[in-house]
Design a protein around this ligand. Structure first.
Ligand code: ZN
Length: 71
């Protein structure tokens, strides 16, 4: 399984089918279509309404997010 992060909202997405092809073409959260596989750190947001990290990062949807994109 390959993971990549949306460049706009930083959501981390799983990307790979059984043949190793790219399967995620656009972000299911924000619809952006550029991604990076290089980032530093990640945060699991379970309850965006009550999460300080989610407020700082402006996250509205639960999931795992990259803290900082490197490329
Ligand atoms: Zn996104």
């Amino acid at each position: 399984m390959v993971y990549k992060a949306c460049r706009k909202c930083r959501k981390i997405l799983e990307d790979n089918d059984s043949e190793g092809k790219e399967t995620v073409k656009e972000c299911p959260i924000c619809g952006h279509n550029t991604f990076t596989t290089f980032w530093k750190g990640n945060a699991l947001v379970i309850d965006p309404e009550n999460s300080e990290i989610a407020k700082v990062m402006d996250i509205k949807t639960p999931g795992r997010y990259a803290l900082r994109l490197s490329r």
